[in-house]
Design a protein around this ligand. Structure first.
Ligand SMILES: *[C@@H]1O[C@H](CO)[C@@H](O)[C@H](O)[C@H]1NC(C)=O
Ligand SMILES: *[C@@H]1O[C@H](CO)[C@@H](O)[C@H](O)[C@H]1NC(C)=O
Ligand SMILES: *[C@@H]1O[C@H](CO)[C@@H](O)[C@H](O)[C@H]1NC(C)=O
Length: 318
């Protein structure tokens, strides 16, 4: 993968314009027609003012073309986004799209249109901070090249489709701030490429230990906070490269695994508001986090919380 593309996938909404070296029309007429239909179905919004039929569509804002001058990116991110209504199905008629994203457009409504299933070259798909609702479509699991799926800050409901867990190239999964419910599909057991998982602020439940398997070395950031997860944390495993672990506000029980002391890169840990018990393992970075990272559990004790056994029984446990 090209470095520029990889960077864009990681940062996701870092759209760039393909440098146009000639004044002549580069844009493929089929793509231009589709983009103008999209503009039309959003009723000529101000943010598409550069989408002028007389100019090269590879030079329009939010668009980038590939080396064959086919539209490869449609990534709309603008603080003044004035797009109103549903995503038009014409988006599915840009067959060379690699990145598709809409961000910070609170008046985009409706569901993800089924026509998007046609875009099977997608490496990045993002709807962030819109009013899109309904389920996460199963067909996303057919995008075999998908590296980034960013669906945070919307109103998606229902459960996470099984098919997402089997995406062979998925590195970044951000479903935070939605209304998702139900369990984590077992298919995530075979997802060996996940680097970042953010499921914060949903209503997901049950066992999430599938994200902490033995012998997996990829995950470096995981945020499961503010859900209804309920599983034993005692025997979970971590990648040595883990930077960030947040499980606060769940119903997670058991004790904190010793493996946490081996994570020399860990810069954020929050296990507060769960049902954990026993001594906080002493070592690694674990004592560098504030007490608030451990508070409001069933009976966690030891640095940075008070000692597990206090000689003065009147002080006792926290
Ligand atoms: C691209 O658009 C910019 C302004 O939006 C313009 O200055 C430039 O000449 C255009 N380039 C081409 C090749 O059309
Ligand atoms: C969502 O988008 C609106 C409009 O651009 C913006 O004011 C708001 O801060 C964004 N919210 C988040 C969580 O990014
Ligand atoms: C993990 O790796 C160890 C040794 O490298 C091996 O013995 C063990 O079976 C592996 N476990 C799993 C679940 O793959």
């Amino acid at each position: 993968m090209e470095t520029r593309t990889l960077l864009c996938l990681i940062l996701f909404f870092c759209t760039f314009l393909h440098p146009s070296l000639s004044d002549s029309e580069l844009c493929h007429p089929d793509d231009k027609k589709v983009l103008l239909e999209i503009k039309n179905s959003f009723n000529d919004p101000d943010i598409f003012v550069s989408w002028d039929p007389k100019t090269d569509c590879c030079n329009w804002t939010f668009i980038a073309c590939d080396d064959d001058n086919r539209v490869a990116e449609l990534v709309v991110e603008d603080v003044d986004c004035d797009l109103v209504g549903p995503i038009p199905p014409e988006v599915g008629d840009l067959p060379y799209l690699v990145l598709l994203g809409f961000a910070d457009c609170p008046d985009i409504t409706g569901t993800i249109p089924p026509a998007i299933a046609k875009l099977n070259n997608l490496q990045g798909l993002g709807f962030r901070n819109t009013s899109i609702s309904g389920p996460i479509p199963e067909f996303i699991g057919d995008f075999k090249d998908l590296v980034t799926l960013q669906l945070s800050h919307n109103s998606f409901s229902g459960s996470i489709p099984n098919t997402i867990g089997s995406l062979p190239q998925l590195h970044f999964l951000d479903l935070s701030y939605n209304q998702l419910s139900g369990p984590i599909p077992g298919t995530f057991e075979s997802s060996n490429k996940l680097i970042l998982i953010d499921l914060k602020c949903n209503k997901l439940e049950g066992d999430a230990s599938v994200f902490f398997p033995p012998n997996k070395t990829s995950i470096f950031m995981i945020d499961l906070s503010w859900n209804l997860f309920e599983f034993d944390f005692s025997n979970v495993h971590f990648s040595r490269l883990t930077l960030y672990v947040d499980i606060n506000h769940n119903k997670i029980y058991g004790c904190l695994p010793w493996g946490l002391t081996e994570l020399v890169l860990l810069i954020h840990l929050d296990v507060s508001f769960n049902r954990l018990c026993g001594e906080i393992p002493q070592g690694g970075n674990l004592q560098s986090f504030p007490a608030s990272a451990y508070l409001y559990n069933k009976c966690l004790c030891g640095e940075p919380l008070p000692p597990c056994y206090h000689p003065n029984p009147k002080v006792g446990f926290i």
